[in-house]
Design a protein. Sequence first.
Length: 262
Amino acid sequence: MKTEQPAIQVTDLTVAYRDKPVLWDVDLTIPGGVLMGIIGPNGAGKTTLMKAILGLVRPSAGQVLVYGSPYAQQRRLVAYVPQRSSVDWDFPTSVLDVVVMGRYGALGWFRRPGKREREQALEALARVGMQDFASRQIGQLSGGQQQRVFLARALVQDAQVYLMDEPLQGVDATTERTIIRILHDLRATGKTVVVVHHDLQTVNEYFDQVALLNVRLVASGPVAEVFNAATLRATYGGQIAFLEGRDPGRSSPEPRAGIAVS
């Protein structure tokens, strides 16, 4: 969906749990057709931001719009991949059935998934390299395989906006490459992809936009402009150290300096 209107517009957003702010007065504009990473320390409010966009938590103040309207009116435009740790993997269902669930929103209450939906699910499983596991119970898969299945479930929704909460957490290198390739493919077709991410070393390589969050929004925009030593120190405070004195946002043909977070 190519449009001048932002894919997501967060305005004056505050979310508090038991009177403790988890997000405070956040203003964030996510343009359409970008691949954005959301980064910040533990407890920064990254998952809460995702849930606020999805209407899963009620803000104390502020609003979120998806292509100019509340999420409740635009839910069919949005696909969500939650943290793997938040899913009950003991639920007795097959890989194929999990992916078919991604079509329920389009089918509505009164239509049951049929042959076409199963074909779409199999196509999505092939795209993530999991077609041979279609009949396997979801709980029998490895962590990386489970993450691929949930990505396939998001793909069959054919959404315009994809929200993914740490999809690369704990996956093997092959799965990580597969996921990143698919995210880049989505962006190339005009989709908007927003990813909670923890590996600062790969931000330059994976994303074209980044938002740095620590309860408040520190900075957001193109990686080349806002992912630098100053914004990272403001986001992580004393937890971050730059090796060899390099700026992580500066492109260079030389080997990139490491970034350590304690």
